[in-house]
Design a protein around this ligand. Structure first.
Ligand SMILES: [Zn+2]
Length: 415
């Protein structure tokens, strides 16, 4: 397979699933300078572009690459803290942090590789002060690192927000063209209200995306409402716990909820009233169901959020709360959890994530004009629910080729 970005190449497969339109048997995409120039039946695309090199894989399906809307790269599978309760898991995690420093970079490299080998083409990664940016940048994936900051380590809210904005700006220098850096307000229990408000305002003014964790666990709900419970035990009593409302209402009060914000989890304490607030604010959701299950969090009301027009994407979270970095596996779990059909699942894993991140004009479907970000899956989908067949195959290790911007970054079979 050609690995350069010059010249015209037609990638064709037995089944093509553009996501934005119905599947095409023996479908093809024409790629030139990293972007998709045409999509359709291989006969048409080939006839109209006779000089293009044709690479036809009859026993594969072609889909857009996975867009992971919420992940942490810097964890490794082998010493994952015990799950069960969120606060129990978090206190183990905090205890392990000093020792973790020595292997975070290696873990980030391995996590990124695992994602690439599972067909991921775009990765939204959150890490303390953006520490996993180098590994994302060298992975070949497109993506954004959301730099988390912890104001108590820095100074006043103004100083903390100045610091993290400058940090993200400096991280942006010298990056590959499709890798970016932005800011994350980690959570309602680690970032005080004033720092949260300032960070939301500053990033919004600059047109940056903002990543947050929100309404994840029963402990977070209790912390925000009453200022007590497992998280208060970990972080000590503080002046911002116990505001008497839900995490979603709290986030609204401190101006975190807006179109450019990606709220991860929304798993516990999201009633109809909260869904309404989320819908009106235009905030996007990153759904991480396997992490939620592992940490004793609830089930995110994904069907209701979709019905209300909330943008929903999928996230793997990291290997300390999730069994793999395979977003298609995460999505298959969600499909079964919520009783969704395969097409909805495939859309959540690709276009859904792109819409969450505001990059749906650039990636997330196989359409002319977008980057050629795609995955080839070794499967011949059947008639019942072909998108589910593809999801199951991709979840089970059948990703054979991953292409980002027309460049092959993974080629399992050297085809
Ligand atoms: Zn997370």
């Amino acid at each position: 397979m050609p690995e350069g970005r010059t010249g015209q190449v037609i990638f064709a497969t037995g089944a093509l699933m553009p996501v934005s339109s119905p599947p095409v048997p023996d479908g093809a995409v024409l790629v030139e300078e990293g972007r998709i120039k045409a999509v359709g039946p291989i006969g048409d695309v080939g006839r109209e572009n006779p000089d293009a090199e044709v690479r036809f894989f009859p026993n594969y399906a072609m889909i857009p690459g996975a867009v992971n809307a919420h992940a942490h790269l810097g964890f490794r599978r082998k010493d994952r803290p015990e799950g069960g309760t969120f606060s129990g898991w978090l206190s183990q995690l905090i205890e392990l942090l000093p020792e973790k420093e020595s292997w975070t970079a290696e873990a980030a490299r391995d996590s990124a590789r695992e994602a690439v080998e599972a067909g991921t083409t775009y990765m939204a990664e959150s890490s303390p002060y953006g520490e996993c940016l180098p590994q994302l940048a060298e992975s070949g994936m497109a993506g954004t690192v959301f730099a988390e900051f912890f104001p108590h380590e820095i100074g006043t809210p103004e100083e903390a927000v100045d610091f993290i904005v400058e940090k993200a700006r400096s991280l942006r220098e010298g990056l590959p063209g499709r890798v970016n850096a932005a800011v994350s307000v980690h959570s309602p229990y680690t970032v005080d209200p004033e720092s949260s408000r300032l960070a939301a305002r500053r990033t919004r003014e600059m047109g940056w995306r903002l990543a947050i964790h929100l309404s994840e666990s029963p402990e977070e709900v209790e912390f925000v409402r009453d200022g007590t419970g497992g998280l208060a035990d970990i972080f000590g009593s503080n002046e911002w716990g116990g505001v008497g409302t839900s995490p979603v209402r709290y986030a609204q009060d401190v101006e975190l909820l807006a179109h450019q914000t990606i709220a991860a989890h929304l798993a516990t304490g999201v009633s109809e009233e909260e869904v309404e607030i989320l819908a009106r604010s235009g905030v996007a959701a990153a759904h991480c169901p396997r992490s939620n299950a592992y940490l004793g969090c609830g089930v995110s009301p994904v069907r209701r959020m979709l019905e209300r027009g909330i943008r929903v994407g999928m996230g793997t979270d990291g290997l300390w709360s999730s069994p793999s970095m395979n977003l298609f596996e995460e999505t298959l779990f969600a499909v079964d959890l919520h009783g969704l059909d395969g097409a909805t699942g495939l859309s959540l894993a690709t276009l859904g994530g792109a819409r969450v991140l505001g990059i749906e004009g650039e990636t997330g479907t196989l359409d002319a004009g977008k980057w050629a970000d795609l995955a080839l899956i070794e499967v011949s989908p059947g008639g019942g629910d072909p998108a589910r067949d593809v999801l199951e195959a991709a979840a089970g290790g059948a990703v054979a080729v991953t292409v980002v911007g027309g460049g092959v970054i993974y080629n399992r079979d050297s085809v």
